[in-house]
Ligand binder design. Structure first.
Ligand code: TZP
Ligand code: MG
Length: 217
């Protein structure tokens, strides 16, 4: 049995357009830095499509496999099935949770939720974890809703939701701890890792703050 809570500690998300250098290099570095889960999210301006997307996905999946890091695909259920990925992450605009669950069997299924109502539906229909955000302001997702801090994470925990939760949006090693203290099992991060001069150091700092180890900064 996988320990999803532990896997969500430092959940790195990336597509080719989030990287300042070769995505394969970035992924290898962040794995060395201590990320616990990886999501391939090829989306937005300049995103790869078709054969190029498939080819990069395969290369990144291979790196993940070599290091026992589960590989999750954002949105693209067909790609996840073709690659036999470890899981899929979907939002509210994507196919209903129930039909994705039917397609992917027992692969990991993450769902972005923005309210208690969405959380109830996602849980009932088979989500394995919730992504909640944006917790802090972010420039990465153009259609992101306004940031609401950790309110929804706290509310869901108070209401008795025990499902694994990961916070997302504007998270850095400086604010990651507050997300965990609000009740999240971990943090999902794009920019605060992928845009750093050393993605490895950034990943390590995030891991340390989630695990409440003292960091140098
Ligand atoms: N969903 C909500 S915010 C966000 C997504 C995909 C973007 C998070 O990116 P960053 O760069 O870590 O703020
Ligand atoms: Mg989506």
């Amino acid at each position: 049995m996988i320990n999803l809570r532990a896997l969500l500690k430092v959940y790195f998300i990336m597509g080719s357009n989030n990287c300042l250098k070769d995505p394969k290099e970035v992924l290898k570095e962040v794995i060395a830095g201590g990320i616990t889960l990886f999501q391939y999210r090829e989306k937005g301006d300049g995103a790869l499509a078709g054969a190029e997307k498939l080819s990069l996905a395969k290369e990144l999946q291979c790196i993940c496999r070599d290091h026992q890091i589960p590989f999750i695909v954002n949105d693209d259920i067909e790609l996840a099935l073709e690659l036999d990925a470890d899981g899929v992450h979907i939002g509210q605009e994507d196919e209903p949770v129930k039909s994705v669950r039917e397609k992917i069997g027992d692969k990991i299924l993450g769902v972005s939720v923005h309210s208690i109502e969405e959380a109830e539906v996602a849980l009932r229909e088979g989500a394995d974890y919730f992504g909640i955000g944006p917790v802090f302001p972010t420039k990465t997702k153009v259609d992101a809703k306004p940031s609401r801090g950790t309110t929804l994470i706290q509310t869901l925990r108070k209401e008795g939701f025990t499902i694994p939760i990961v916070g997302i949006g504007g998270i850095t090693h400086k604010n990651a701890r507050s997300v965990v203290e609000a009740g999240a099992d971990g943090v999902s991060v794009i920019t605060a890792i992928s845009h750093e001069a050393s993605p490895m150091v950034a990943a390590r700092a995030l891991r340390d703050s989630v695990e409440e180890k003292k960091s140098d900064e």
